[in-house]
Ligand binder design. Sequence first.
Ligand code: HEC
Ligand code: HEC
Length: 418
Amino acid sequence: MSVRILAAFAAFAALVGAASAAGDPKPAEIFEKRIMPIFKSPNPSSCTQCHLAGVDLKNYILPSHEKTFLSLRDQGLIDLDKPEDSKILRLINMGESTKGAQLINEKVRKLEVEAFTEWIKASCADPALRSAPKLAAADLAQPKRPNEVIRHARIDKVVESFEKNVWSQRFRCFGCHSPEGSQNAKLAKENGEEMTWIRREGAEATMNYLLTSRIVNPKAPDKSLLVAKPTNQVKHGGGQKMIVGDMAYKGFRAWLEEYAKTVNDKYASANDLPKETPRPLTCGSEHWVKIANTPPAWADRLLQVTVFAWDAQKKAWETEPCAMNDRPVFGKGKLWQHDLVLLAAPDSPRAQAFRGNKASLPAGRYLVRVHVDLQGRLAADWKAALGKAEYVGEKEIEGRLPEGYGSMTVIEAGSLKR
Ligand code: HEC
Ligand code: HEC
């Protein structure tokens, strides 16, 4: 056969090939029509329903259909023999089963799934694409963040951190800011409904509200009203309810910082991620402690009370406190009096006993240790912990710590032993 006839035959074969597909569009056409609009769209993909940063469907798309296919294939995101089981489709479908997924996401996701399914099927049916040589590693289209960072920058991780750091310490704000708080109805009438930023539905609903309100500022987390109001850095109708560096501030600020870093895509590698420190479970209580007749030098300084339980087996005080609180000394009244927040290692028997809203310490032997931040160390470094330099003494207590505002455990400041 002459070269000409050969060429004619090849053209004929190609025609037959196309005809046998009975008008099925080619991968390139589907890509142009359905995938490119996703790539070029200024709108976020459905991934952002869960992923706040680090990954987007666009990250997997290249301007060329062949390269996009090979890139997905080479990363194991395409199942050549069962295209509908391809991992990229599973990633897109991740949000399908989540409850309360917004309709807008549902619509976006449906379009993405249909587009990718059609295009992947057509591509997998093309022998030339299936067997094309591997792309160079540098040409692969993938998210710029590693998997560890992608897994961390998820909204459910932010909720987890919120529960651990903020929700667990809502007691200081509850009375005025929760619809279930005793002062809320009256205050909301005077100050407007936005007073009620704690949601009846719980932690996640509260967080979702805060994130869409003016209370959280991801550009300047330390200026967020969530900490600026209760510290009175911005004048607060409730007065000073927190001071920089105290235990509630540490939790609230840690969550704000983490959220800001996450949404601003500031975690580049697994090493940048915050260490997973198991924070103790916290729980409000009716155990009130009063430190009476505080010396003038303590006036208006942060005073921290930590309570340690006796470990009868080890014949020693436990190393971690079972209760604490830290607030400024009321200078004019020469006293400090507050209810204790109970603490327990997660999953410990003590934590089990704390389930529920208010709990109490059983009768026993306790050591009450007192620190006073005389140098204002926490104001300079909110992450600092009070230590030896701030230690002012301790007192042992035996029996049952009484409960209720009317029956406080009173400790004379002068009776603290060093
Ligand atoms: C409904 C929530 C949700 C949606 C929507 C979602 N993901 Fe995920 N994604 C997750 C969860 C949960 C994990 C963690 C899985 C694990 O740790 O095993 C994850 C992990 C990942 C990872 C890390 C690697 C891995 O397999 O763990 C990548 C990459 C990823 N998702 C990509 C995407 C892309 C791309 C989209 C959009 C097309 C998307 N995700 C949509 C929840 C979601
Ligand atoms: C004794 C009541 C009371 C307590 C307790 C209290 N607040 Fe407030 N708070 C108010 C009042 C009243 C307002 C409204 C006036 C204002 O904006 O300062 C307010 C306003 C706020 C606002 C502004 C809300 C908005 O959308 O404008 C924030 C944020 C806030 N408080 C945070 C806190 C935090 C955090 C705590 C707990 C650590 C707390 N508050 C404890 C009374 C209280």
